[in-house]
Design a protein around this ligand. Sequence first.
Ligand code: ATP
Ligand code: MG
Length: 270
Amino acid sequence: MLELTHASVEFAAAGGPRVRAVDDVSLTIPAGTFVVVIGTNGSGKSTLLGSIAGTVRLTGGSIRLAGHEITAWTQHARAALIGRVFQDPRAGTAGSLTVLENLAVAACRGRPAGLGWATTAALRAEAAARLARIVPGLEARLDQPIGSLSGGQRQIVTLVMATWHRPELLLLDEHTAALDPAAADRVVQATARLIREERLTALMVTHSLAQAASLGDRLILIHRGRVELDVDGPAKRRLTADDLAARFDRLRRDDQLDDAAAQTLAEAYV
Ligand SMILES: Nc1ncnc2c1ncn2[C@@H]1O[C@H](COP(=O)(O)OP(=O)(O)OP(=O)(O)O)[C@@H](O)[C@H]1O
Ligand SMILES: [Mg+2]
């Protein structure tokens, strides 16, 4: 279970007003829930995920994960509970190592040094099985440098690494944004399958309204750092990409009206 209580993140913007990138967000996400997070550029999605991962400090509120009050935990301490996959396929893996060596690093993470996993045949078999289960055929690449894989294949390996020791929470911040549409679709379908099969608790940020409509148990729309829409169950299942597009249009129109009003006010007071 992930619980955010009045979570806020405020940034000091140079020369301007402070930006409330996350604005008083309270959310309870039961274990095993697959949440899709959407929102326009700059709405606060990455800051929200970063505040959960510990790369961004909350300026207000608190976060609990799996029974732990983690608000004051470092990013490193939280990594024991949280798996992450980033936008850049190069970010989660070591380019100079083979696929197997990368997976060995993930397998040994948090385990006592010198456990010997890295050299055992058991690890090789386990790594091959895990890759094959997500993308059949990928296990044939175990001994190749990870840099020889396509971006999509590399994201799959990163996903296997991030979930090797079943994390309490999986954070995916536009992890298919750097891929071509076909590869992005394959990776996102594989991701959804893994989350479902392992019953992981996951937050996945995407700009694809089609993915947002079709995937996940729950959908959260962030706007100006706040939760604008939060649906699950039958309401989530009924949502279409067109519904979401219409909502986005409305939000953009409201923003433009707000900007125009602010401009008018600013002009009135010069
Ligand atoms: N380190 C920072 N310092 C100052 N402002 C920041 C910082 N990081 C983010 N912001 C601001 O916070 C707001 C939210 O940014 P964030 O990156 O969370 O949005 P996002 O929803 O992830 O956008 P995108 O869809 O483009 O990835 C933006 O106004 C952004 O400029
Ligand atoms: Mg972002």
